[in-house]
Design a protein around this ligand. Structure first.
Ligand code: ZN
Length: 503
């Protein structure tokens, strides 16, 4: 078979797997939005069937044979071509799934399903001892998984690679340690008693239907296409790119807090714009998929924090927010709203953390999960190690494990190597913002006019359209002209949070 024909067959198979994946995504979206409670068990069967079909096709030895036909051929001679990028990523995916023995995959699925139920109970009772055997089993299985994927390599790297292809734990550790060195004193200065002005929370009565109207108005203005997407509510906000012309975002509304649901919308809109900006002609192949979780998160954080928490943004949208949302916002000035959306307070809970302290929560999880997988930390010692770090980095003391090491579902779900992608997103976002600001001659005046087209077009051209043509680190370098660096984020936080908080 000629390379061109083999490539065509690989594209066909890739699109078929993408179709199966989109069916699972749609069922997953439904499960978190509209599925009646009674349908849960059958939904589990539906999802398992689709996952099995997907897996069967992914490990088909024929894929390996087709890849061998194409690799080394003239078709992929130019590493920057769409063909070369697709073949590179198909190879990576095929090797990953083929190296994992089926009994291990099934054992991981079974163990993490049970562990998530145990985790819910253990967290409710704040009883780490109840969760400990599950976590020990998961750490053991993830070590086995890493050993299968790369017997000679660093086990953490093998796990990290699933979410952030090409990234290395050791490089990341150096980068994040430098970030920590700047963040800890910044947070301490902001949190120092008497220095931080008490920003009004502007809590009140904000009807949920009005919050939705305001959120959709801003989402549309930013560029989210509601002809090819929709907004629903879910307990944990997420974005799911189901397929061409169908991107679903979710949020949750708090009737007392006008901003909680709104910033969740902005965050998920950022993810949605990336999904809607992927190249349609490459749909169903790596060239039509997001580069990495870290790059995906850079898009959500950029719109949520750098756009949505800016004074310029609210100078444009506050009048509309006042008229639609009413409540205490009706009498709030721009200063009060700017302060309310940029409150900083060291806390114990990651998902409630502000933009300044957020990364410290991630760095703690990154170090601890690396130590767990590397064998430097026993599961039994996790609560103590967790609390020590919260005391040292954030100056807070979790009073129990529910507000400590039991707060996140990730490890119970087998997601190890996932946490650092959140901070990578924040780092990328700051670098992208700086470069776009320079290229476009200043972003703030455009935000104040409600003009988002320049920034969105810039992101479309620099990031969205490329899909997986480049690995994340290369994509960011090409987009910004600089290597991954912690300093732009630190500068950004100091400039936006320093003066108003006396830091
Ligand atoms: Zn996100």
């Amino acid at each position: 078979m000629r390379a061109v024909e083999a490539y065509g067959e690989l594209v066909r198979r890739s699109r078929e797997r993408a179709l199966l994946g989109s069916c699972s995504a749609l069922l997953g979206w439904d499960e978190q939005t509209y599925l009646p409670r009674g349908g849960g068990a059958y939904r589990g069967d539906q999802m398992a069937l689709l996952a099995g079909l997907h897996h069967e096709r992914a490990v088909d030895p024929r894929v390996g044979a087709l890849l061998a036909e194409v690799e080394g051929s003239g078709l992929v001679a130019d590493p920057g071509s769409p063909e070369a990028a697709n073949v590179r990523e198909w190879r990576r995916g095929f090797d990953r799934v083929s190296r994992l023995p089926r009994p291990l995959v099934e054992e991981l699925a079974r163990t993490t399903t049970v562990a998530q139920g145990v985790w819910v109970e253990a967290r409710a009772a704040s009883d780490f001892a109840r969760f400990r055997p599950s976590l020990e089993a998961i750490v053991g299985l993830k070590k086995q998984e890493a050993a299968c994927l790369d017997p000679a390599g660093d086990p953490y790297d093998a796990l990290l690679d699933e979410y952030e292809p090409g990234a290395k734990g050791r490089d990341l550790a150096a980068l994040l340690e430098a970030l920590r060195g700047d963040l800890v004193p910044l947070v301490a200065a902001i949190a120092e008693p008497g220095r931080a002005p008490a920003a009004p929370a502007l809590d009140g009565d904000y009807p949920v239907d009005r919050q939705r109207v305001f959120g959709e108005a801003v989402a549309s203005a930013i560029g989210f296409d509601f002809e090819g997407g929709r907004l629903d509510t879910a307990a944990h906000p997420f974005c799911s790119g189901i397929g061409p012309g169908d991107c679903r975002i979710t949020t949750r509304f708090d009737p007392v807090d006008a901003f909680d649901g709104f910033f969740s919308i902005l965050h998920e809109v950022g993810h949605g714009l990336y999904e809607q900006g992927l190249a349609a002609e490459h749909q169903g192949t790596p060239m039509g998929e997001a580069a990495s979780l870290g790059v995906h998160e850079s898009q959500s954080r950029l719109w949520e924090n750098l756009v949505g928490r800016s004074r310029a943004f609210w100078s444009r949208w506050l009048p509309l927010a006042r008229s639609i949302l009413g409540g205490p916002l009706r009498d709030a000035g721009l200063d009060a709203v700017s302060a309310a959306v940029r409150r900083v307070e060291p806390s114990m809970i990651r998902v409630q953390a502000d933009e300044v302290t957020y990364n410290l929560h991630i760095l703690i999880r990154f170090d601890l999960e690396r130590a767990l997988i590397g064998g430097d930390l026993a599961v039994a010692d996790l609560p103590g190690a967790w609390n020590d770090r919260y005391r040292a980095d954030l100056g807070v003391e979790p009073p129990d494990d529910a507000r400590g090491c039991l707060q996140d579902i990730h490890w119970a779900a087998g997601l190890v190597g996932y946490f650092p992608t959140y901070t990578l997103g924040n780092l990328h976002a700051a670098q992208l913002w700086d470069r776009a600001d320079a290229d476009l001659g200043g972003l703030e005046p455009a935000l104040a006019r409600g003009d988002f087209a320049g920034l969105l077009d810039w992101l479309r051209v620099r990031i969205h359209r490329h899909g997986q043509r480049h690995r994340a680190a290369d994509l960011i370098r090409l987009a910004t002209g600089a290597d991954l660096d912690h300093r732009p984020l630190v500068r950004s936080l100091r400039s936006r949070y320093g003066p108003t908080h006396g830091a």
